[in-house]
Design a protein around this ligand. Sequence first.
Ligand code: FDA
Length: 302
Amino acid sequence: MLKDTLLYLAQNPRLRDFVVQNKITRNASRRFVAGEVLEDAVRATRALNNRGIQVALDLLGENVALKEEATEAARNYINAIELISRTQIDANISIKLTALGLDISPDLCEELLSTILESGQEHNVFVCIDMEGSAYTDQTVAIAKRAHERYGLVGTVIQSYLYRSQADITQLVDQGIRVRLVKGAYKEPQSIAYQEKSDVDNNYVQLMNILLARGNFPAIASHDEAIIDAACKFVRDHGISKSSFEFQMLYGIRRDLQEKLVGQGYNVRVYVPYGSHWYPYLMRRMAERPANLMFVMTNVWR
Ligand code: FDA
């Protein structure tokens, strides 16, 4: 119920304006967001790299309505790729297609994505296309496949709460496309998605085993210790090398677990969001865990 309310409020422009303009909530958001400018993200990346952790940089923003905003987002992503190359930080990037104008025109979105992928190819920086709500799943999978055919260094995300995901994973794996597996962060109806955590988790483990056995450097993106333990056991039991996949977690979440896995010789990548459009991202993190809502609220009342 609280989760549904928070996911609903993530789309509310009035609450967004209040939260984003409020200095206290802005400061509290720093627990989950590296900062508002690229330099903040680079600083956070260096600190993580020093602890043996790689990074996926995510310029926050989604569902833009103006062509200028989409073009600006693409330019900012190219700047990020160039900075990764120049500074030699250990990072790749993650993007949302609705930040590149998917709602305005799929052609515009693909054109802008191509400019980012050309830069990624030039600087040898991998690009992951995040998965958004189910209204975008078909388009995201199709665009990722076309982009991979042309540029190679691109992958996408599959959500274990969707019934369709095994079919998507099979196709992506067959085409040699890198997949990041997540549980899914949006509100989806029962007609297309599991509603119970146990069903989402069971499907996650099934999909994870497919990816670990025959995926192309998959990312197991979760903070769920039972899932992470199952991944470690699966690779041990099947003689799969630790170097053939990576764990991924979100910035500011389960830092203890990130370090423990690095200590055990696993690849760990942390998703580092930055930028001024952090409101829906923060709301999704609070929806995942009420303790995060308490964290933000106690900062407001302190
Ligand atoms: P689950 O929600 O079951 O949580 C398991 C445990 O992890 C909790 O008990 C708690 O200890 C800890 N935990 C989980 N979330 C937490 C939080 N917000 N704060 C503090 N602790 C938390 N989704 C999507 O739809 N599209 C995408 O592209 C991505 N991309 C993405 C990248 C990366 C690197 C990660 C880690 C996650 C995503 N996600 C995503 C989000 C994902 O779908 C999911 O909502 C969250 O990862 C939470 O699910 P868990 O797998 O962590 O398990």
